[in-house]
Design a protein around this ligand. Structure first.
Ligand code: KG4
Ligand code: ZN
Length: 334
């Protein structure tokens, strides 16, 4: 079964064709990062205007690259939330239009749920589930326990800023570019991660929740008190604090729930220090670690099409009248 997926929840215009929920025939991602960089963050009006300009050609390119005319597509899927309302509208309406015109089933997909299962896209072992899954993006930090595709519970989440948001805000404090994660990671390579003892908020509080806004404030105070600081040391020490909390919580959850697989998804999961420390910790405890390749960590339509396949296998699809749900949580399934 071939599914055409569409994703426009934030600042990537993406369309993909995926066969049987795992074989990626095409995954076109048109990033608007350069457009928003000048403003230090995503400007919703610019994002939606750009989605509108690109969506038709991105869908066409995805079908072309997959050498699949629309009548050979079995279903069409699109993200319907969470995300920026004006951006979600473009992809959802385009996908519903394509599905309706070609008389194909349509499936609305929860963006966070697609991130959650994205590590299963790339050659996942048969025994991957159950897993403890950490989703770390610009807007969310969620720790979940998934027992089957589409069957999961939230163990904890951030009580304030998301991990990616913390990277972006600290980068701004340091006068670095947007998005902040890759900039901080690059500078951190030359810095000392133990130079500054930034707080590991909520690491030992016994919950699976996170908090990153205190860490951001600590960085702010440190910069004010130490005008001669080394930017590389600040980046390395900040990154280490974020990574220690993420690794600590996800590994404790796997141990306490007696789950043998751990996965991480979302934009922050590209971070090499996070991958390295989590890899070492999982190896030490005999846990299997699933990480998606970087192109599947950030926003992409392949993860949308893949999850839609599994929904369809369970007999689920959506009405052509499905509306956007900009602030829906992970708990809501399509
Ligand atoms: O999942 P994503 O592409 O978009 C959503 O928010 O849904 O995640 C984007 C976030 C941004 O906050 C960005 O700074 C962060 O992921 N990010 C990183 C890295 N690459 C992207 N954070 C840390 N290290 C990175 N290498
Ligand atoms: Zn995302």
């Amino acid at each position: 079964m071939k599914v055409l997926g569409v994703e426009t929840s934030c600042d990537e215009t993406s369309a993909a064709v995926v066969r049987d929920g795992g074989e990626i025939l095409s995954n076109v991602v048109s990033s608007q990062v350069a457009l928003h960089r000048a403003y230090g963050g995503v400007v919703p009006e610019l994002a939606s205007r750009n989605h509108l300009q690109l969506i038709d050609s991105v869908i066409e390119q995805a079908l072309d690259e997959a050498r699949t005319p629309i009548d050979e597509i079995d279903a069409v899927a699109a993200t319907y939330g969470p995300g920026l309302a004006s951006s979600l509208l473009i992809g959802l309406n385009a996908a519903k239009g394509v599905a309706f015109a070609a008389s194909k089933p349509f499936v609305g997909i929860n963006h966070m749920e697609a991130h959650l299962y994205s590590p299963l896209l790339a050659d996942a072992p048969a025994n991957a589930l159950p897993m403890v899954s950490l989703i770390v993006s610009g807007g969310h930090t969620i720790l979940a326990h998934a027992v089957a595709i589409g069957k999961h519970e939230i163990l904890g989440q951030t009580v304030d800023d998301a991990a990616g948001e913390a990277f972006d805000k600290v980068a701004k404090l340091l006068g670095l570019g947007y998005p902040g994660g890759p900039e901080i990671e690059k500078l951190a390579e030359r810095g000392n991660p133990t130079a500054i003892d930034f707080p590991r908020s909520m690491l030992h509080d016994g919950t699976y929740n996170f908090s990153f806004s205190g860490l951001k404030t600590s960085v702010l105070y440190f910069l004010r008190k130490n005008p001669q600081h080394s930017v590389a040391d600040v980046c390395a020490s900040f990154q280490e604090a974020v990574v220690d909390v993420l690794v600590g919580k996800v590994v404790r959850a796997a141990t306490e729930l007696e789950v043998k697989t751990v996965s991480v998804s979302g934009g922050v999961s590209i971070n090499r220090r996070l991958r390295e420390k989590l890899g070492a910790e999982c190896a030490r405890r005999g846990l299997q670690l699933l990480l998606a390749p970087p192109k599947l960590c950030t926003d992409n339509a392949a993860m949308i099409a893949a999850l839609a396949y599994h929904k369809l296998q369970c007999g689920r699809h959506s009405d052509y009248s499905l509306e956007i749900a900009p602030s829906m949580g992970l708990g809501v399934s399509s």
